[in-house]
Design a protein around this ligand. Structure first.
Ligand code: CMX
Length: 130
């Protein structure tokens, strides 16, 4: 599986962007609010992959993460050519996704997540590129 993006939880995208844009020299190519997840996200191009900054807009996974663990690495996302097939394969391999069905994510893709307890301590996202 190819790395799709790395998700970083931040309290404020506005306060974080100058570091990624000016200090690291990355360019923003997508911005979106994901209402179902209560987050606003910004994607920056990093070679063939990208960095996703996630800022909470209300209560949810990212707000809780920031409260309990502070800003930083939130998830690692891989591109899946056939998301449903990959979800079945992972469930059979002892790493069942949190979702029974792919759910809508950002940039128009369907996604699923693997709980950190099934992924050696890191939240993993699969992004469907079917
Ligand atoms: N990375 C690593 N560990 C994490 C974590 C993360 N992002 N989020 C929570 N944890 C750890 C907690 O620190 C805690 O660890 P300990 O048990 O050692 O204390 C444990 O996981 C808690 O797990 P939990 O009680 O099952 O549940 P939480 O309420 O903390 O939720 C999770 C965790 C992964 C189930 C939830 O965050 C989730 O459903 N995530 C998927 C959706 C998501 O993250 N959406 C935001 C991104 C949307 C986008 O990219 O568009």
């Amino acid at each position: 599986m190819k790395l799709d993006h790395v998700g970083i939880a931040v309290s404020s995208i506005a306060e974080t962007l100058p570091f990624y844009q000016k200090t690291l020299g990355l360019a923003v190519f997508h911005e979106e609010s994901v209402a179902a997840q209560n987050v606003r996200v910004v994607f920056l191009k990093a070679g063939e992959s990208s960095i996703e900054l996630l800022e909470p807009t209300g209560e949810g996974a990212v707000a809780k993460f920031l409260r309990e663990r502070g800003p930083g690495l939130h998830h690692v996302a891989f591109a899946a050519a056939n998301l449903r097939a990959e979800m079945s394969r992972l469930a059979q391999a002892g790493a069942p996704p949190l979702e029974k069905e792919p759910r809508p994510g950002s940039r128009g893709h369907h996604v699923c997540f693997l709980h950190p307890k099934h992924a050696k301590g890191t939240l993993i996202e699969l992004v469907g590129h079917d």
